[in-house]
Ligand binder design. Structure first.
Ligand code: HSE
Length: 330
């Protein structure tokens, strides 16, 4: 394995959160959201991993850290050796809530490591690597490319097309104050489904994509319905059943479980006069079930992962938190 002789010595990436499925597009549709994680990565004499913020509690700071591990995968693939890294990370993306925190860490780690060695790997290669790690392409595709991503993975290759989100789309998320692992939320899904359910989802997901591509926001309430996963996951998220059934009567264009949950997401017309009504319907429904939730108004992110890189001797000297403080939510 060759030594790393690239001139770049430090990089910083800003990587968006994402919502997967959007209802019917199970493991297929993803949308990037303007809630971010930041990762700095530099070449070091000895590995040091610094995590800022409450979201990072319990995340390892040794070489078993996911960012460190995915960085080493990039170096191995590129045939270079960079065993010691200085990594700093801050994230506004809550862990294990269905907003793609693990996908953002994977995409951020891959993009940072690739930039650090002069970007020998293409975006497509990073997408293939990220999908293999996540086992579905929806969240990683959105975090990498931004916007709306329509994708599939056949176990060997992932394919995708990025769609520009309609400028009228705004997103309301209800983030319950409990965690739900993707493993648990996938574990409740039946291994076999009826032809009727399959046809239902193919039709609804296809129509939803067509509605996004043609600006037909009026079709979203009818298209954003699912028979493959949400009915089975609803018992894991008290209040979800009612929110799925009734949110469109309170001003949502469409509503879905965000990824594997427990976060719920409503698409809203930016010009809607019923935003406060929708917010209080969702929070009120969850409270009746004894669930506290943080509500956030978000926008689709259009850029995907953003990378800055510095040559040796030109790196910014300030700490990560100092640099991003105007940009973070907390
Ligand atoms: N499409 C995935 C699921 C996203 O719904 O299980 C979770 O990360």
């Amino acid at each position: 394995m060759g030594e790393n002789h690239y001139r770049i010595s430090k990089v910083r990436v800003k990587v968006p959160a994402s919502t997967a499925n959007l209802g019917p597009g199970f493991d297929t549709l993803g949308m990037a959201l303007d809630l971010y994680a930041w990762i700095e990565m530099g070449i070091a004499d000895e590995t040091r991993i610094t995590l800022y913020g409450d979201q990072m509690n319990g995340v390892p700071t040794d070489k078993s850290n996911l960012i460190y591990e995915v960085a080493q995968m990039v170096f191995k693939r590129a045939g270079v050796s960079v065993p010691e890294l200085d990594i700093a990370m801050y994230s506004d993306i809550p862990l294990t809530r269905g907003l793609g925190s693990s996908a953002s860490a994977i995409v951020g780690g891959l993009a940072a490591a690739n930039a650090l060695i002069g970007s020998p790997l293409s975006d497509d290669t990073l997408f293939q690597m990220a999908t293999e790690l996540e086992h579905h392409p929806d969240n990683v595709g959105a975090s990498l490319f931004g916007g709306l991503v329509v994708a599939f993975w056949d176990g060997t290759r992932a394919e995708h097309i990025r769609v520009e989100p309609d400028p009228q789309l705004e997103v309301l998320v209800a983030i319950p104050h409990f965690q739900l692992s993707t493993e648990k939320a996938r574990g409740v899904l039946p291994r076999q489904q009826s032809l009727e359910n399959a046809v239902f989802n193919v039709g609804h997901s296809s129509l939803l994509v067509a509605a996004f591509c043609t600006g037909r926001l009026d079709m979203i309430p009818r298209a954003m319905k699912d028979a493959l996963h949400q009915p089975y996951r609803a018992p894991l998220v008290p209040g979800l059943g009612r929110i799925l059934a009734e949110a469109t009567e309170h001003g949502a264009l469409g509503v879905a479980l965000s990824g594997a949950g427990p976060t719920m997401l409503a698409l809203v017309d930016r010009a809607s006069s019923r935003k406060a009504e929708l917010e209080s319907f969702m929070i009120g429904t969850l409270r009746k079930e004894g669930i506290e939730a943080t509500m956030m108004w978000l926008n689709p992110d259009r850029q995907g992962v953003q990378v800055e890189a510095w040559a040796a001797g030109e790196e910014p000297q300030s700490e990560l938190m100092e640099i991003i403080k105007g940009d973070v939510r907390a």
